[in-house]
Design a protein around this ligand. Structure first.
Ligand code: NCD
Length: 304
């Protein structure tokens, strides 16, 4: 049985297949409307979510399946002290596939060891978020026709931003990738990621505090929210939260075909006036998240 815990669980060829399937679903949705008839997806969300949980649920519904689950730890037996292992062991008798978000790094991996059905990591603490990465990759491939040779700027909270860690790991497998990590000193990428990238022949990378210095080089600008819930003290959050605010004025020095991505939710880091710029791709990205999750559910259930 296959789970999706880390984006590196999938080979680049499997990722390409998923994106191809996602694109086919976008073009021919009717073909897929009954594929999951009689199947159930459980969404076990121990942490807040809008897009990830609802896009998983919409994905299963558009495949003709059903959904069940909870959206906060306080409404589940976790609040009574039940372990993740026990919860999953039980729920795998009620559902055919499980999407789980948890504040503890590694919780979905532990769950996958006890589960009788496929587990999808829908975000584990500040660690990984592989289905957001699939969402990012389908959006990049549809915009740029390739996942290789791109200069990708990651901006904001690169320390706690799990979407950054997963996307950087995924793109690091494609040739001639250049990463530009833009963050305040305190929110730089974790050292484990830096050492992995240092040993990777596909990738060159630099770290800087200035978005404006590197803007003209970027093919992709991946903006992120400062992850308030992972800070130890509120004063640090307040000091760092508005480090970067993307505005139409700053966009003037970017390439005409640059693509701005953001996993959302945004707080202040992209001014609403950027939304009308044709290079702002974050709402399309959120929509693509539903289609790629449809593709993922079909693959894990071996229905495609
Ligand atoms: C992200 C997450 O949960 O890590 N959101 C999402 O899933 N689209 C990013 C964030 O919360 O900032």
């Amino acid at each position: 049985m296959k789970h999706l815990i880390d984006i590196l669980d999938l080979t680049p060829a499997e990722i390409d297949e998923l994106i191809d399937l996602g694109e086919d679903i976008i073009e021919h949705p009717a073909k897929y409307a009954d594929k999951c008839r009689g199947k159930k997806l459980a969404t076990l969300f121990f942490e807040p979510s809008t897009r990830t949980r609802l896009s998983f649920e919409a994905a299963m519904m558009e495949l003709g399946g059903n959904v069940l689950g909870f959206s906060e730890a306080s409404s589940s037996s976790a609040s009574k002290g039940e372990s993740v292992s026990d919860t999953v062991r039980v729920v795998s008798g009620y559902a055919d596939i499980i999407a789980m978000r948890h504040p503890k790094e590694g919780a979905p991996l532990v769950a996958s060891m006890k589960s009788g059905v496929p587990i999808i990591n829908a975000g584990d603490g500040g660690h990984n978020h592989p289905t957001q990465t699939l969402t990012d990759l389908i959006t990049i491939r549809r915009k740029k026709n390739t996942l290789s040779g791109l200069t990708v700027g990651f901006c904001g909270d690169l320390k706690f931003g799990r979407t950054v860690h997963s996307l950087a790991n995924a793109l690091a497998r494609y040739e001639n990738t250049k990463f530009i990590f833009i963050s305040p000193e305190e929110l730089k990428i974790p050292s484990y990621l830096r050492s992995e990238l240092e040993g990777n022949p596909n990738v060159t990378f630099i770290e800087t505090e200035s978005l404006m210095d590197v803007m003209p080089e970027l093919d992709i600008l991946y903006m992120t929210r400062v992850q308030r819930e992972r800070f130890f003290n509120e004063a640090d959050y307040i000091r760092l939260k508005d480090s970067y605010i993307l505005t139409p004025e700053k966009m003037t020095s970017a390439k005409d075909d640059m693509c701005v991505l953001h996993p959302l939710p945004r707080v202040n880091e992209i001014a609403a006036s950027v939304d009308d710029d044709p290079r702002a791709c974050y709402f399309t990205q959120a929509l693509n998240g539903k289609y790629i999750r449809m593709a993922l559910i079909l693959k894990l259930l071996e229905l495609a």
